[in-house]
Design a protein around this ligand. Structure first.
Ligand SMILES: *Cc1c(COP(=O)(O)O)cnc(C)c1O
Length: 328
């Protein structure tokens, strides 16, 4: 089996992506801090290239292709953000890309992927197995498969977001990270354990897809059906072998939040922090809002994972809900 990456791999990834990935801003809000009674640092990967942290892992993985792999090309499967990340990274590095995407993926994500010059192969995510489609394409066309989370170079790349965060703001008492397949959380855990050893590391999943929590508690990877949640970036059915190994070893706790809590967080991001965050990107902040009373006075890192959402959908979600902070 592949060995899991270490913090040294996160350091190497940081060197590879420098000058290609954005060093995203860390936002703070006195208003949010006052409301929650803690000091929050928002690492804004919604402002990363392609609108999500996935560019970090994708670019790191593709940078390591040898000449033969570069010539033959890359194949990836994704509900959206990994697809765009692979497509843009491949475009920058001159590598042909084929992306396997669900037929019902957000239109903006499909269009962006095609816009970067990638070939898109569609599938039905409720009936077909994307991993099998990806593996078949890889085998028949000689393409190299880069999975969205269970890959050492992807995990190491995702870890660079937390490395930047802690290097910028200093040690944290707690770090909250959204959890789908666990690439971001496991990379974050490697970086946080090294750079802020006493930081408590928390993963956050949608309530409807709590396979990570159940895996964490049972000590074995739990598989579930595709969960129904507005957090489309976390509709994964199971953790990876590598991500689970790191999460089990380094992560302190896993929480779940409801779709309504995601929308409430999305509203505060828009109204108070002035940023557009997709539902999956709201997972970490939603959990911090729920748990704030137990973390009074702490310095809390919040990974804001992505901002790719069709504006009509964004408006519809906010219109259908109420709550959050009272507007100015
Ligand atoms: C992919 C993605 C996630 C989940 O990341 P994993 O590495 O699969 O846990 C969360 N938020 C956004 C915006 C994503 O694109």
């Amino acid at each position: 089996m592949t060995t899991p990456p270490t913090y040294a791999d996160v350091g190497d990834a940081a060197v590879r992506i420098a000058g290609h990935a954005h060093r995203t801003p860390v936002l703070t809000s006195r208003r949010v801090d006052a409301e929650l009674g803690a000091t929050l640092f928002f690492k804004c990967e919604n402002l990363q290239r392609t609108g999500a942290f996935k560019f970090r892992g994708a670019f790191n993985a593709l940078s390591r292709f040898d000449g033969e792999q570069r010539r033959a090309g890359v194949v990836a499967y994704s509900s959206g953000n990994h697809a765009q990340a692979i497509a843009l990274s491949a475009h920058i590095l001159g590598i042909p890309a084929t992306i396997v995407m669900p037929r019902d993926a957000p239109a903006s994500k499909v269009a962006a992927t095609r816009g970067y010059g990638a070939a898109v192969v569609e599938y039905d995510r409720y009936a077909q197995d994307r991993e099998e489609i990806g593996r078949t394409l890889a085998a028949t066309r000689g393409l190299t498969l880069v999975p969205p989370y269970d890959h050492p170079d992807v995990i190491a790349g995702q870890g660079t977001a937390t490395k930047e965060l802690i290097e910028e703001v200093g040690p944290l008492d707690a770090l909250f990270v959204c959890l789908g397949g666990g690439g971001l959380l496991s990379g974050a855990a490697l970086a946080a354990r090294e750079l802020s050893p006493n930081c408590r590391i928390h993963g956050v999943e949608p309530e409807a897809g709590d396979d990570g929590l159940r895996s964490f508690r049972s000590g074995t990877v739990v598989h579930i059906d595709t969960p129904a949640t507005i957090a489309d970036g976390a509709q994964t059915q199971h953790l990876g072998a590598l991500t689970f190994e790191i999460i089990r070893r380094e992560v302190d706790d896993i929480h779940t939040v409801s779709d309504a809590e995601l929308v409430a967080a999305m509203r505060i991001f828009a109204s108070t922090l002035k940023i557009v965050v997709e539902p999956t990107g709201c997972l970490a902040f939603a959990a911090v809002r729920r748990l704030a009373a137990t973390m009074a006075g702490q310095r809390i890192g919040v990974l804001v994972s992505g901002g790719n959402i069709d504006l009509d959908r964004f408006t519809a979600l906010l219109t259908a809900s109420s709550g959050g902070l009272v507007p100015h």
